[in-house]
Design a protein around this ligand. Structure first.
Ligand code: SF4
Ligand code: SF4
Length: 104
């Protein structure tokens, strides 16, 4: 299980820079840099209308990941102890990235 910080504040699943999902998927099967990855589980919180009042952030979660060129990727699963998902102001999944990506 990976500890995750996420600054994508306008994602439905974000609360206090953390993620409330139990598992996420990171995309980027051909990624050679952080910017080629994205959080495939992003959902836009349009107009900030929905507030995540009922869910509590997960301190550790399962991260499935398509970015097989990353040193932390083992069989499409993230083995890093701690990752950061970035993309403040994102309105689409493609505006997000795994900032911890490191090319093999
Ligand atoms: S962008 Fe991804 S990691 Fe961040 S809160 Fe949303 S689903 Fe969770
Ligand atoms: S650190 Fe690497 S393996 Fe883990 S989620 Fe980010 S890109 Fe995928």
């Amino acid at each position: 299980m990976t500890k995750l910080d996420c600054n994508v504040k306008n994602c439905l699943h974000n609360s206090d820079n953390r993620c409330c999902k139990q598992a996420i998927i990171v995309d980027g099967s051909k990624a050679k840099d952080c910017c080629d990855t994205c959080c495939g589980s992003f959902d836009e919180n349009k107009d900030g209308a929905f507030h995540n009042l009922f869910k509590t952030p997960e301190s550790r979660l399962e991260v499935d990941c398509e970015a097989v060129n990353c040193v932390y990727n083992r069989d499409r699963h993230c083995e890093a102890d701690h990752i950061g998902i970035a993309g403040d102001g994102a309105s689409d999944a493609s505006h997000t990235e795994c900032a911890t990506f490191q090319m093999r």
